[in-house]
Design a protein around this ligand. Structure first.
Ligand code: TEU
Length: 539
């Protein structure tokens, strides 16, 4: 059993991300809730995970599904009460599962009392909690754009000022230059630690030290100073695990974030591997094929770059990304094989793996007409690209491939109506493939993706090589086959993955113990479509 009071316990752990809105509804309003999560803790215990990263559950107008917080110390009533949250922490703890909360510290909701006060006057004490620039209605401070489209500046006529927002208009950026704001955030974090929260995922944490006058959003000059202060003031308990979301991270920066002395964070989510299937210079909506050779190089760079000096987080899915089996696998005739292959690829690496809800049963993307989508990012992009004259079919192809609602369709628990997610009308369409793809069916099938993932989770705890082995690519230039070796002084782990629906002829070493394979057994000189296995050799 992991000793979670000690720093570094997460190096042998596997986490599971829950998007509460889509996990399990218990009161028939069509929206998931905390009681729903509690009702499935036994399922998560069966999978063997050590912690849950809970996407935001705090009070929020839900413009961005909770990433717009209006009260950091209250629970969004549709999800439940503070008592439900306490019960979730207690019940999870009984199963040795740690709850990691999502901290959105870069911005809050425009409905937060701080922003309401800030709007009252320029000399209100809360005014400086946000980022303002003087101006006139027709002259913006500069041409910075918000991630969700449009300008990053919104005009407030009665103040004669613009406020800065990197995301939606309703998500004003917080001003980290203000020490009083920082103190309030630290107090709020300590409130949750006292309640028994075991760690935090920090939303867009590399964007807190913005300097809009210099067009700086991520990696601002004071970023690491702020992070060290945050860590000292708020992450005092040794066993707290902290993972920062950092789209702008490179290996050098990640060494600072995740240095073994934990002066900043435990690890970061970096996204270089998730941005390869887009056109150079474009954004995620500008689709391009994945180059496996490039993917291998990116993983190699991160695996080798942080070995011994930092710590990786490992993920292929989250609530902002399309479903990986639809993205890099084959969600039709090889759905099961390719989902297992992608899991094998990731779980053999050095770092802490994160499983996103539904990944463990191979949930897929969904294709809806534009009216079916809810996500602010999708809807803003649709309007924006239509107005710029992009062809409609191209816009829809991008949304079907990359839209965030792909990952947010309700969890598929059974073949009952609405996949057993709700007895009411679900807030987002349930994927019609729930009749075949659901937890109940997975638990009844010993060859399911679920049991394969369960084995992957268990293997990490059984062999030291998963935690400490160094990483070497094998056949780095092979465009179809991803094979790597992890090695310690006494063990060698070989991980091999066929990324195609073709048979590959390959001479691979097969003199070892097969730890896991997505077919009955590995062959000596051929990889079948999407075949993957791990082999352990004792030295
Ligand atoms: O995401 C950060 C972020 O930059 C994303 O908006 C990302 O660019 C986009 O989703 C890629 O499609 C975090 C949260 O994970 C996301 O859900 C929030 O919407 C966002 O921050 C704002 O809080």
């Amino acid at each position: 059993m992991l000793d979670k009071t000690k720093r570094g316990w997460w190096e042998s752990a596997v986490f599971y991300q829950i998007y509460p809105k889509s996990f399990q509804d218990t009161d028939g309003d069509g929206i998931g809730d905390l009681k729903g999560i509690i009702s499935h803790l036994d399922y998560l215990e069966e999978l063997g995970i050590d912690g849950i990263w809970l996407s935001p559950v705090c009070q929020s107008p839900q413009r961005d599904n909770g990433y717009d917080i209006s009260d950091y110390q209250a629970i969004y009533p549709v999800f439940g009460t503070m008592e439900d949250m306490e019960e979730l922490i207690r019940e999870a703890d009984k199963r040795n599962i740690t709850i990691i909360m999502d901290l959105v510290l870069n911005h809050c909701s425009d409905q937060h009392i701080w922003f309401k006060e800030a709007l009252k006057s320029r000399d209100n004490p809360y005014h400086d909690y946000f980022v303002w620039r003087d101006g006139t209605p027709d002259e913006l401070p500069n041409d910075m754009k918000a991630t969700f489209g449009g300008s990053a500046w919104t005009w407030v006529p009665h103040l004669g000022q613009y406020y800065f927002h990197q995301f939606a208009i309703e998500q004003p950026d917080l001003n980290w230059e203000n020490p009083q704001l920082r103190r309030e955030l630290y107090d709020m974090i300590r409130f949750w630690v006292k309640k028994g929260i075991g760690g935090f995922r920090l939303d867009v944490i590399d964007q807190i030290a913005k300097e809009p006058d210099h067009y700086i959003t991520s990696n601002g000059p004071r970023l690491h100073e702020f992070l060290r202060e945050l860590s000292q003031e708020a992450f005092c308990e040794e066993g707290l695990v902290t993972v920062g979301e950092a789209w702008g991270a490179n290996v050098e920066r990640a060494k600072l974030y995740s240095a073994p002395d934990c002066s900043e964070l435990s690890m970061v989510f970096q996204f270089q591997h998730m941005q390869l299937d887009q056109q150079p210079g474009g954004d995620k909506w500008d689709l391009a094929d994945l180059s496996l050779v490039k993917l291998k190089k990116v993983f190699e760079h991160w695996q080798q770059g942080l070995h011994g000096v930092g710590w990786n987080s490992l993920f292929l899915n989250n609530h902002d990304l399309p479903r990986i089996v639809s993205r890099w696998g084959n969600d039709k005739e090889y759905r099961v094989e390719s989902a297992k292959m992608l899991g094998t690829l990731l779980h053999g690496m050095e770092g802490t793996p994160y499983i996103y809800q539904g990944e463990e049963i191979g949930m897929t993307n969904i294709r809806l007409p534009i009216q079916g989508y809810v996500d602010v990012e999708i809807l803003n992009m649709y309007e924006d690209r239509l107005s710029k004259g992009y062809p409609l079919d191209e816009i829809m192809a991008s949304i079907h491939a990359k839209g965030r609602d792909n990952a947010r369709t309700p969890m598929q628990w059974s073949d009952a109506p609405n996949a057993g997610f709700t007895t009411g009308a679900p807030w987002l369409t349930v994927n019609p493939n729930y009749k075949q793809i659901n937890v109940k069916a997975a638990l009844e099938d010993p060859n399911s993706i679920f049991y394969y993932y369960k084995k992957l989770v268990a293997l990490r705890k059984e062999h030291e090589v998963f935690r400490t082995g160094n990483f070497t690519l094998y056949k780095a230039d092979d465009p179809n086959h991803f094979c790597y070796i992890r090695e310690t002084e006494s063990e060698r782990l070989l991980v091999t993955c066929n990324f195609t629906d073709q048979e590959l002829k390959l001479a691979l070493p097969t003199n070892g113990e097969v730890l896991i394979c997505n077919y009955d057994y590995p062959l000596k000189d051929t990889l079948r479509p999407y075949e993957a296995w791990m082999m352990l050799q004792k030295k």
